[in-house]
Design a protein around this ligand. Sequence first.
Ligand code: SF4
Ligand code: SF4
Length: 184
Amino acid sequence: MRQLSIMVDLDRCIGCKTCIVACRNHHNIIDHENDQPGAMANYIRVESKLEGTYPELREDSWVVMCQHCKKVPCAKACEYDAITKDPQTGIVLIDQEKCTGCGECIEKCPYNVIQFNKEDNYAHKCNLCYDRVIHGLTPVCVDVCLTDALSFGEKEILLMQAEARGKKMIKKMSTQSIIYVKNA
Ligand code: SF4
Ligand code: SF4
C-alpha cells in the first residue's frame, strides 16, 4: 500500500504551534466566540522533553497528530465501518455520515488524537489534509511550518531524504506512518 507521511525533524521543531493554528483554521475547527483554551479541539499537539543536565540543558519539541496507523486500531474498534485506510494514500479517514458517535475509536486510539463533535455527535481527526493532497498540495501544517521541521511525501522517499541530510529515524517514536527524525 502506498503510504503518504509527514516527517517531523526534532532538531528543527521549536514548539511554536503555528502548525496547530493553521490546521484549526483549515479544518474549520475554530470557534473564536465560544472556545476557551483547554476546551479547544485540536488535530495536532506539541510535546516536549528536556535533555541533558544544567547548564547543558536543551529542550526537544515535536508534534503529534494521527499516526495513520499500519493496523488501524480505531478502524478495528468501529462497528459501523466509518473508519478506513485509503489504499491510494495510506491516509486513515473517518466518514462523518457513517459515524454514530459511539466513541469506541476514541477509547482505542493509543495516541489520543481523535476529537469529538458533541453538537453533531461525530468523531473527527487529522486526515493529512486529504482534500489538498489529492490535488498535489501539502498538508497545511507542513506549508506553514516556520522552521521547515515538517516534510511531506511518500514515506520511503522521506526516509531517503532524511538519510541524505544526516538524520536518523527515532525508532521508538516512528512505529506507525508518521516519521520522527534527529541528527545522527
Ligand atoms: S510550526 Fe513547525 S516549528 Fe512550529 S510547532 Fe509546528 S512543527 Fe514545530
Ligand atoms: S493514531 Fe489513532 S486515530 Fe490515527 S489511525 Fe492510529 S488509532 Fe486511528
